[in-house]
Design a protein around this ligand. Structure first.
Ligand code: LR7
Ligand code: MN
Length: 582
């Protein structure tokens, strides 16, 4: 069982409530976070035969036997709404406002809707170990829409071998929507394997997951977000990997459930991605690197991944415990995915994506719930992450988010506000004899561009016209292919942070300055010079383009750049914030 060695445990009793877990729903504290022991709340007995009303749904909670194979959304088909009345349109809008997905459409679908079998056909022939470990599936939620939450639960129950599911634990992270309280308790009485655990206060998803782990009883923990749909055969290949090696942490392929139509889009194994991150310590996806393609025999073999997205994975509970679970100082949302990724690799485990396992997830464009006011929790979590795991590489994160200037000659800890105490996390890392971050970068994620390999970095300031203008462009995936611009220098990194690589790229993350004769744009870095090669001359401060031999020039409006014949005019003089050729 989980012992939560890293918590300040007040009670000498091991945390958890198994022994008195006879009520279906309990309110509990995250182990160690409180003086008092975890107790189930008294609740009224429920009538077993009650069928819950589904708030917001159109009144059809479809039972499996009554299922209509041609019903809306069956086989993962999209639902398009036509000719809505005004009041229906109002409901659609309300659903979007509350959830950041189209709840109205979700409410139209069966809680047991069918999905296509999206696996490679070879997956169906794979023989897994005869005896697989059981798992506790843990689903944390905060104000999740009823139909979406229950479809997650039913997809687990409907599409997993029953003997492999020990229990499904729903961790309510202090929701305040009424349907998630009594009504959910009532609903799960009909589902023998499903339990609800409720946090006493808003814990955030990380501590909510720890709460789930503390009451889970199976040897493998499987985490899912509260807006997922599992497909046929999703579970066995995950458990099989863990059964073969308990230090393997596994993720399914995460398919996209469209946030508007609820169409199930699947990703076939030939276009599989692995997880990585940039120096903002933000998770991102990449194609499978060539070295990894060579290591595997088949496209349905598990893929080593430098990082996990975070929400959907299975882990041996003893290994999770050995790793110190999550840093419980992480609040609300974010950072925990990279924490677990780094320590899995650095502390002697392996992180894989298993192509034969597919689970759908509703990807949203904004976060629908309230975060804490007054603190940037994501930044705080990320600083904890960097301080504990990144060693010397932490400086690239700080530079990237704009801390380098504020912190010259100072201890950056003091200036970044209170990120709490991380000494016990560092101690744990030592105790486990985990490898260095340098080892991780070189062996697990060699594709990552390391700013230390850059010849120059920081802002790129124009030296003409008062020297107040800097090269400035966002460089996320959606911002690519657009001309780069200029903006008053702000010395806060971000869109003004650039790196000049040894090869002559001017880049941020995976985006490179690229000139093909028209505008200077950002383009995915391709690594083969050509239109992405720039020659910086530190003496006359020119930035010359490799193939066209033209020079980068500031436009008179101080908002745009052009490529012009090199004249050495002050408009063609640029200064990198840090220039250190080796
Ligand atoms: O305070 C909270 N308490 C919660 O219980 C906030 C959230 N939650 C629940 C929430 O209801 C949901 O079930 O936690 C889960 C994750 O929250 P989301 O769905 O808002 O997060 P996300 O899907 O946008 O973000 C991804 O990154 C997060 C970083 O902390 C988590 O690791 C999420 O689990 C993770 N989701 C996935 O990995 C699915 C694939 C997305 C990608 C890429
Ligand atoms: Mn999610």
């Amino acid at each position: 069982r989980l012992a939560f060695k890293n918590y300040k445990s007040v009670s000498s009793q091991p945390p958890g409530v198994h022994h008195k877990y006879d009520n279906k729903s309990v309110v509990a504290d995250v182990p160690g976070s409180q003086d008092h022991e975890v107790l189930p709340l008294p609740r009224d007995p429920v009538n077993k035969s009650v069928v819950a009303d589904v708030p917001g749904s159109q009144g059809h909670e479809v039972l499996p036997l009554l299922r209509d194979p041609d019903g809306p959304g069956e086989m993962g088909k999209p639902v398009k709404l036509n000719n809505l009345t005004q009041s229906q349109q109002a409901m659609v809008k309300q659903g979007w406002d509350k959830n950041a997905f189209n709840q109205y459409v979700s409410d139209l679908l069966s809680l047991h809707r069918s999905l296509p079998d999206v696996r490679d056909k070879e997956c169906r022939g794979i023989k897994y170990l005869d005896i697989l470990p059981q798992t506790s599936v843990i689903v944390c939620f905060h104000n999740e829409a009823w139909s979406v939450l229950l479809r997650t639960v039913h997809s687990i129950l409907d599409r997993s071998p029953q003997h492999l599911i020990k229990e499904v634990i729903l961790v309510d992270d202090f929701s305040d929507q009424p349907h998630l309280l009594r009504q959910l308790d009532d609903y799960v009485t009909r589902l023998p394997k499903v339990r609800v655990v409720r946090a006493r206060r808003r814990e955030g998803l990380i501590r909510a997951r720890l709460l789930g782990a503390s009451v889970a009883t199976a040897t493998v923990l499987t985490y899912l977000d509260s807006h997922c749909e599992c497909t046929e055969g999703w579970l066995e290949p995950l458990l099989d990997r863990i059964a073969q090696n308990s230090t393997t942490v596994v993720c399914p392929v995460i398919d996209v459930i469209n946030d508007d139509t609820f169409e199930y889009h699947f990703r076939d194994s030939s276009s599989l991605n692995v997880g990585g991150f940039d120096w903002n310590l933000q998770f991102n996806w990449h194609g499978i690197p060539d070295r990894e393609k060579k290591r595997r025999k088949h496209q349905w073999d598990p893929v080593w991944s430098p990082a996990m997205a975070g929400g959907l994975f299975a882990i041996d509970r003893t290994f999770f415990e050995t790793l110190g679970t999550y840093d419980s100082g992480f609040d609300i949302w974010g950072g925990e995915n990279l924490e677990l990724s780094f320590k899995t690799w650095m502390c002697h485990g392996t992180l894989e994506i298993v192509p034969c396992s597919h689970v759908g997830h509703i990807f949203r464009k904004r976060s629908p719930y309230k975060w804490r006011s007054g603190v940037n929790v994501l930044k705080r979590n990320t600083i904890r992450l960097a301080e504990v795991w990144l060693d010397d590489y932490a400086k690239y994160y700080y530079q990237r988010v704009g801390y380098d200037l504020i912190c010259i000659g100072c201890d950056h800890f003091d200036l970044q506000g209170d990120f709490g105490d991380v000494s016990s996390r560092k101690k744990l890392r030592k105790k486990l004899k985990c490898k260095s971050f340098d080892w991780y970068i070189k062996n697990v994620y060699p594709e990552l561009f390391v700013p230390g390999d850059a010849v120059a970095s920081g802002e790129v300031r124009n030296l003409g016209e008062g020297s107040t203008t800097c090269l400035d462009s966002p460089a996320r995936r959606d911002d690519l292919y657009k001309p780069v611009g200029l903006y008053p220098c702000h010395r806060q990194g971000g869109n003004q942070y650039w790196m000049l690589s040894k090869r002559g790229e001017i880049r941020r993350d995976e985006a490179c300055l690229d000139f093909a004769g028209q505008d200077v744009i950002l383009y995915p870095c391709h690594g083969s010079m050509g239109n992405q090669q720039w020659i910086y001359n530190p003496n006359n401060h020119s930035i010359q383009h490799g193939s066209s031999r033209k020079c980068l020039e500031m436009a008179p409006d101080k908002q745009n750049v052009f490529m012009k014949e090199c004249t050495n005019s002050s408009l063609q003089r640029w200064m990198f914030q840090n220039y250190n050729p080796s």
